[in-house]
Design a protein around this ligand. Structure first.
Ligand code: HEC
Length: 157
């Protein structure tokens, strides 16, 4: 009798383990919302003319690009990637709660139409009335490094 109860215990333990193995990977796969539309509707305020027309003064050197990537993915709190997604698809773990949605940087059609100066301006000042926060504590150089990374995401390189 005792032994039997023990075996039943093992069997239900195994069943629970199996159920977890089936359920858990499914949950991680659904953690991020689907990628944002491409082209993506965009109603973001426009930078002042002088800034709008600025061209990124930094070279797309290996070190600038690495710095931009680190800032985007992990150096800040919240990180750009928390909203915009690691690959820039606008589907980071926080994205689904926001309307309008985070910009989809993986969409070249949208991003290629936005000048460097406009990207710079919104990173520094945020987009009022949306979830995009101002990152006004960053050095100019850091924002331009971020802009290099946004271009890299759009070009998928
Ligand atoms: C809390 C979420 C959140 C975080 C963190 C965040 N963004 Fe955004 N971002 C948004 C949303 C939402 C929009 C869309 C705003 C709009 O439609 O005007 C946006 C828009 C933008 C734009 C659009 C500019 C344009 O003119 O279309 C740029 C550039 C941008 N974000 C860069 C960044 C960078 C770089 C970081 C990190 C330094 C960052 N964002 C962090 C939510 C976020």
């Amino acid at each position: 009798m005792k032994q039997r109860a023990y075996i039943v215990g093992i069997r239900s333990g195994l069943a629970l383990l199996l159920a977890l193995l089936v359920v858990l990977p499914g949950q991680t796969a659904h953690r991020n919302p689907p990628a944002a539309e491409c082209p993506q509707p965009r109603f973001t305020g426009r930078a002042p003319e002088a800034v709008y027309n600025q061209v990124n003064p930094l070279k797309a050197s290996r070190s600038n690009r690495r710095a931009g990537r680190e800032l985007y993915e992990e150096a800040l709190q919240p990180a750009c990637a928390d909203c915009h997604g690691d690959s820039g698809e606008g589907n980071g773990p926080l994205a689904s709660q926001f309307e309008p949605q985070p910009r989809n940087f993986a969409c070249a059609e949208t991003v290629n139409g936005i000048p460097d100066g406009q990207l710079y301006w919104i990173v520094r000042n945020g987009s009022p009335g949306t979830a995009m926060p101002p990152f006004d504590f960053l050095e100019d150089e850091e924002i331009w490094q971020l802009v290099l990374h946004l271009r890299a995401l759009a070009n998928h390189d």
